[in-house]
Design a protein around this ligand. Structure first.
Ligand code: ADP
Ligand code: ADP
Length: 223
């Protein structure tokens, strides 16, 4: 059955329509690549799902509409990583950064911080200043900050942008293991090789609309 259903979403910026009547659904544990040229509406679509932009249509999680929920309430169930997640770093250590997120969402179980740090191979960096981490480590911290809320759905805006192949492999591994645990993932990428490696299906956007959807095999044939 469907975990997330995006039902006939339209988003306008003034009189410009950035996303037009977009609909698709994604099952528990599925990974979808959202691809298409710059300006196609990919980021806007993810922002509508988390509630960062106003939209017409319906976003359903496990059959229940998210439309009336605030961004913060959605974030408990739908994790979102923007293109520049590190703009939001506020604390002086990796550990405090994650603790701050917990506090923000009123989660009392601090044990989860260590669990997530270990899972994302950041435990040895827990007392470091987040600003001093490498690009790949920063990206994993951003992911940790989202995963700490144990979301059912994860939305990632270009998670491998500016990341070397080693760290890309790490991210691929993490995403696959999350999917194995039942998390549904939608990720924007321009890296078709990465998409073919980690994604079960693809959604191709063009001019605000879905131009094509299909399974991994099509991506493999594009490489
Ligand atoms: P993509 O992620 O596929 O590159 P975006 O969703 O970022 O596409 O943008 C889709 C279109 O909407 C683009 O033409 C972009 O310029 C426009 N757009 C995005 N954000 C805004 C905004 N805040 N105000 C006006 N236009 C915007
Ligand atoms: P992000 O939050 O992902 O960094 P933005 O939402 O600020 O991105 O912008 C996404 C895209 O839309 C970018 O290409 C940006 O240039 C374009 N954009 C943002 N604001 C406007 C706007 N007011 N008018 C036209 N295009 C815009």
């Amino acid at each position: 059955e469907d975990r997330l259903k995006v039902d006939n979403i339209t988003v306008k910026y003034g009189s410009f329509t950035a996303v037009k009547n977009v609909g698709f659904s994604i099952k528990s544990g599925e990974i979808a690549a959202l691809i298409g040229p710059n300006g196609a509406g990919k980021s806007t679509l993810l922002k509508s799902i988390i509630g960062l932009v106003d939209y017409r249509g319906n976003i359903l999680l496990d059959g229940k509409t998210m439309n009336k929920l605030s961004v913060k309430d959605r974030a408990q169930q739908i994790g979102y990583l923007s293109q520049n997640p590190n703009d939001y770093i506020t604390k002086d250590t990796v550990y405090e950064e994650l603790l701050f997120t917990l506090k923000n969402f009123n989660i009392k179980d601090k044990g989860i911080v260590d669990d997530i740090l270990k899972k994302l191979d950041l435990y040895k960096h827990k007392d470091k200043n987040p600003r001093d981490l490498s690009g790949g480590e920063k990206q994993r911290l951003a992911l940790a900050n989202t995963l700490i809320l144990r979301p059912k759905v994860l939305l990632l805006d270009e998670p491998t942008r500016g990341i070397d192949n080693n760290n890309k492999g790490e991210i691929a591994k993490i995403l696959k293991s999350l999917a194995d645990e039942g998390v549904s993932i939608i990720l924007i990428t321009h890296d078709i090789e990465f998409a073919a490696e980690v994604c079960d299906k693809f959604i191709l956007m063009f001019n605000g609309e879905i131009a094509e959807m299909g399974d991994r095999k099509v991506l493999e044939d594009c490489i």
